[in-house]
Design a protein. Structure first.
Length: 132
């Protein structure tokens, strides 16, 4: 699906080199439109080039700040605490779910509303150190 687009994959530099090696091996079989971004490159440079982001950890909030329509995978119900579950529209459960959401956005059936994530990170002027 989406053969007319490039997909960037940015692996996090791992403290376990065999993990990235395994991913790189698996990505050798990826379609030609998959671009493996240098793990040592700054992720923010990549965020300036994308419309959509499937991200994890703090990169979810950072992707939103860069204006990318962002999703995060929630595939393991045994994980009891996942902060992003407080924002259900961020969650996708599969690749098919991602495809459906993007198609809905691009066909106008769904609007990606960045404002619904305003409470994701508190960016007010309060100095946390002063409160403590």
């Amino acid at each position: 699906h989406f053969n007319d687009r490039r997909f960037f994959i940015k692996l996090k530099t791992s403290k376990k080199p065999n993990i990235n090696s395994l991913y790189r091996h698996l990505l050798n079989e990826a379609p030609m439109n998959v671009v493996v971004y240098d793990p040592d490159a700054r992720p923010y440079d990549l965020l300036l080039q994308v419309s959509y982001s499937i991200a994890f950890s703090t990169m979810v909030a950072e992707s939103l700040q860069f204006g990318a329509m962002t999703f995060t995978l929630d595939t393991d119900p045994s994980i009891q605490t996942l902060y992003y579950r407080n924002f259900p529209n961020l969650l996708v459960s599969s690749g098919q779910d991602i495809i459906q959401r993007i198609n809905a956005i691009e066909s106008g059936q769904e609007t990606y509303c960045f404002e619904q994530y305003n409470d994701l990170i508190n960016m007010d002027d309060t100095d946390i150190c002063e409160r403590d």
